[in-house]
Design a protein around this ligand. Sequence first.
Ligand code: PEP
Length: 244
Amino acid sequence: MRGKLVVGNWKMNGGLAANAALLSELRAGWTETAGRSVAVCVPYPYLPQAQAALAGSPIAWGAQDVSEHDTGAYTGEVSARMLAEFGCRYAIVGHSERRQYYGDTDAIVAAKAQAALKAGITPIACVGETLDERDRGVTESVVLRQLDAVLSAVASEAKSLVVAYEPVWAIGTGRTASPAEAQAVHATLRARLADAGAASVALLYGGSVKADNAAALFAMADIDGGLIGGASLKATEFLAIARA
Ligand code: PEP
């Protein structure tokens, strides 16, 4: 039986004072719950703050990206080993904003997933189609191409992945995939994961998840929780989603 995982993606938001309030509200508001896991992925400079605020709590923390390289002359990059030193359990890889604005290709995303696993960090590998791709009827081929790149790179470690289906047209737009639309894509992804011997991988949905639509999405057979952007910045909203 797969449990549910709800992960907040703060994106490039926050500040020391606002984070302190949010993290302490999350810590106070979340108690260990069987079959439910919660995490927040924060900007790099706030990792020590998240670590200090959440250590010993049932809430995990992680980063929003990771370098595909181990060490060396890669100005501005952060390695998986560095993330591990700050207790990160997760690193998001292949978020559509990274693919769109920073040129992360399928091959780079796959290498980042591999680098995270090597350091003992769980990659949350994001896949998702643009609105144009959905309209052209190529959703399935796009998400499978993105997933296959990661699966072939991580090979026998596929079971250690988390995968997030995030339709690009639903991210930060207030437009959510319907539970049935999301489930259809999740079922396709699940079948591919099963072929790779990784049927039990946590498969998250992301894209304008809020407290009032989370339960319907999470009730679908192949949706194992959510990757939450905007709504993860408000403790009451995020906690309501984590309980949905
Ligand atoms: C995201 O950034 O991963 C995301 C799903 O954002 P939002 O919930 O704001 O659509």
